[in-house]
Design a protein around this ligand. Structure first.
Ligand SMILES: Nc1ncnc2c1ncn2[C@@H]1O[C@H](COP(=O)(O)OP(=O)(O)OP(=O)(O)O)[C@@H](O)[C@H]1O
Ligand SMILES: [Mg+2]
Length: 310
């Protein structure tokens, strides 16, 4: 059995609910409130476990919200490996405006982290049992730029595969050292990374080929929301459309995508087939309301439907 470890340096408590209509000033009274443990790596672990895999979450947590996050993770049956911090874990809100169908997502920066936490994490990962390590989410304030690159170097040295899904400096500096098996920027994240507008498919593919060609990662999945995704590696660039679905909430499509891609590989699929499973998972995530993530039966149903179409 393949073991996954995920690393979430800036987790959240994800709160979601619906209002009839969003107004400023007035209280926006909501219903159907949900609380979920969140943050990139934690979300990836949730979907990986739903698919039947073993996942362990390494994450930073602190304060009253940190204690609540632990409880939520236990409720979801997640295997926890917590690193204590002094600050307060953040809370993120997703509010659906029923009248317009628009979803508002409010996400604070999160606490500043002391640089010694980087060493604590690295020491834990040095002996942790995993085959794939997913570092996902923003790199919090206070941690050095090269943190993900150091994590990737550690994983590679141990003969493990490192997956990076981050943005901004976390992505740029994480890729700089190589040692990444799979990176998953969204198109916006890739544009920011390259400092180019990347308007056409050819420009996206070319930017991806450059990154792979420079040895920064072995595989690059560039996700385009409802337009599908690219998979770029030494074999070339493959673009597939999204699996068409009625979108309810976009929360967690990227994380569901990553989880299914690794689960696909871990269960012996070829990379292209794992990529197809990932597209199905991204689509399955938008079917679920609020901060809920992709469900296994939806993933397999959409995967089979897309395959039948192809
Ligand atoms: N509306 C949609 N319909 C069908 N599939 C979708 C839709 N939105 C996303 N997906 C699928 O999920 C994948 C990942 O979505 P997206 O590109 O939005 O990731 P992301 O920007 O990383 O998301 P996140 O907000 O979770 O970080 C897409 O490549 C696509 O396959
Ligand atoms: Mg993302």
């Amino acid at each position: 059995m393949t073991n996954l470890a995920t690393l979430t340096m800036n987790p959240t408590i994800d709160v979601s609910f619906e209002v009839d209509r969003m107004f400023p000033t007035h209280k926006n009274r909501g219903r159907d409130e949900r609380h979920d443990p969140g943050g990139g790596g934690i979300n990836v672990a949730r979907v990986f476990a739903r698919l039947g895999g073993n996942a362990r979450c390494f994450y930073l947590a602190g304060g009253a919200a940190g204690a609540a996050l632990d409880v939520l993770m236990d409720r979801h049956g997640l295997v926890r490996c917590r690193i204590d911090i002094d600050g307060e874990t953040r809370v993120a809100m997703a509010v659906l405006d029923r009248e317009t169908g628009l979803q508002y997502r409010l996400v604070a920066d999160g606490p500043e982290i002391g640089p010694e936490k980087a060493e604590e994490c690295l020491a834990l990962l040095e002996t942790a049992d995993f085959d794939y390590l997913v570092a996902s989410g923003t790199l919090p304030r206070g941690l050095p730029d090269d943190f993900y690159a150091r994590v990737a170097a550690l994983a590679t040295k141990r003969g493990k595969r490192m997956v990076l899904d981050s943005s901004g400096r976390g992505l740029a500096h994480g890729l700089a050292g190589g040692n990444i098996f799979l990176a998953k920027p969204s198109l916006e994240e890739l544009r920011a990374l390259c400092g180019r507008r990347l308007e056409t498919d050819e420009e996206i593919a070319e930017a991806g080929r450059e990154i792979v060609g420079q040895g920064k990662c072995e595989h690059l999945a560039v996700t385009l929301g409802s337009d599908g995704a690219f998979l770029i590696n030494a074999q070339g660039a493959l673009r597939l459309p999204a699996v068409p679905v009625e979108s309810v909430s976009a929360v967690g499509s990227g994380d569901s995508f990553v989880a299914a891609m690794i689960f696909g590989l871990a269960s012996g699929r070829e990379i292209e087939d794992a990529f197809r499973l990932a597209l199905a998972a991204g689509a399955a995530a938008v079917l679920t309301p609020g901060t809920d993530l992709a469900r296994a039966d939806d993933i397999y149903r959409l995967y089979a439907a897309a395959k039948a179409q192809a």
